[in-house]
Design a protein around this ligand. Structure first.
Ligand SMILES: Cc1cc2nc3c(=O)[nH]c(=O)nc-3n(C[C@H](O)[C@H](O)[C@H](O)COP(=O)(O)O)c2cc1C
Length: 369
């Protein structure tokens, strides 16, 4: 019997050939939002990984919504052209059925920061820092920029930027759009009482805190054709007293589902600099399980899922419909193919690489004794 991990799944109108997604991962290697040759090789490799869905890194919907100077965007014609070059090339080498998506994001109060290898702190003035925006004028942590509390016009502008970027993404050739509602970035910062202390239609009650993320989902869904799937990455918990809870997240997931959201990918943490996430193998799977049971939306689990056996078990137990891997695929860019080998099936490889398939040679034994 085919392992569940290698059965197809419908995300709205998009069918992915298996249940492995590559989670979005910033590469901090763009030039004013435009992908470079780094992205060309990176996404081409991901296209041959054996994972059914490749979600491209957090992609800023406006220039000031980039996390760092190196983040990808879709706010200009040049950005769109550069992304199209990469996605066209990746599709040309992709394994059969592989789908491509992009995570549309606005970094909000966590924008204007250094690349991880430069310190990951707020940019200093001499590093060409820019002003940030957020629901309230509360910084992410000590030493971070204080965002400007957004006006109604700013909020309308952000919704428009998400729509414009979504339309650019469709022209690039992405079939899955993932709205970033996690990790303390703008849409999550509206959901969380830690960062949203407004008392207007965009804050106060849970319903009002969720109003902007849901307005973005509604506007993007309405602006792109039906053959495009629109989902979201959400926060299962802030891991902080007084922060967003799993119950709040279930309400968000129900709201997304009601707006024809194709799926929720369940992450957590990063609402403020003081958050400590209890990271360990499969640590966010219980959150995904609760979201799936509580909302009925198609649910993706992510977070230290590193073995094929664990991935298969999560699906067999009905805890999620799909799993995502991030660091594992950076370490082993053929993780999807190797997961298939481990579960006893063989996926087609690029013909150029076929002589390395398990039926034809015993496999690399770097650590063999
Ligand atoms: C290099 C790197 C970049 C990341 N960039 C993003 C991103 O753009 N958007 C996002 O939602 N999460 C991002 N993440 C988080 C991952 O998508 C994933 O949720 C996290 O690494 C946990 O999964 P893992 O244990 O399989 O690595 C990033 C993680 C890494 C390691």
């Amino acid at each position: 019997m085919t392992p569940l991990l290698f059965t197809p799944l419908s995300l709205g109108s998009v069918t992915v050939p298996n249940r492995i997604a590559i989670a979005p991962m910033c590469q901090y290697s763009a030039d004013d939002g435009s992908m470079t040759d780094w992205h060309l090789q990176h996404i081409m490799r991901m296209a041959m990984s054996g994972c059914g869905l490749v979600i491209v890194e957090a992609t800023a919907v406006e220039r000031r919504g980039r996390i760092t100077h190196g983040c990808v965007g879709l706010y200009s014609d040049a950005n769109e052209r550069a992304a199209k070059r990469v996605i066209d090339a990746a599709k040309a080498v992709a394994l059969p059925g592989t789908k491509f998506g992009v995570q549309l994001a606005h970094a909000g109060r966590k924008a204007s920061s250094q690349r991880p290898w430069e310190g990951a702190a707020a940019l200093k003035a001499h590093e060409d820092a820019w002003p940030t925006i957020g629901p309230s004028a509360i910084p992410f942590g000590a030493g971070w920029h204080t965002p400007q509390a957004m006006t109604d016009d700013d909020i309308d502008g952000v919704i428009r930027h998400f729509v414009d970027a979504a339309q650019r993404a469709v022209r690039v050739g992405y079939e899955v759009l993932e709205l970033h509602m996690a990790h303390g970035y703008l849409l999550h910062s509206f959901c969380s009482p830690i960062s949203n202390q407004r008392n207007d239609r965009w804050g106060g009650s849970l319903e009002k805190r969720l109003a902007l993320p849901l307005a973005v989902m509604k506007a993007v869904r309405a602006a792109v054709p039906p053959h495009i799937a629109v989902g979201a990455r959400i926060t299962g918990t802030d891991w902080l007293d007084g922060g967003m809870t799993i119950e709040d997240a279930i309400v968000l997931a129900k709201g997304l589902k009601a707006l024809e959201g194709a799926y929720a990918c369940v992450s957590s943490g990063a609402a403020s600099a003081e958050v400590r996430v209890p990271v360990g193998p499969l640590y966010q799977v219980p959150l995904a399980e609760k979201i799936k049971a509580g909302s009925g939306i198609i649910t993706r689990a992510v977070g230290l899922i590193t073995t094929a056996e664990d991935a298969e078990q999560i699906l067999q137990d009905g805890k999620a419909d799909q799993i995502a891997v991030a660091r594992a695929i950076l370490d082993d860019p053929h993780w999807g193919l190797h997961a298939a080998d481990a579960l006893g099936i063989t996926l087609p490889r690029a013909p150029q690489y076929d002589r390395a398939s398990p039926a034809k040679w015993p496999g690399a034994r770097v650590n063999a004794r």
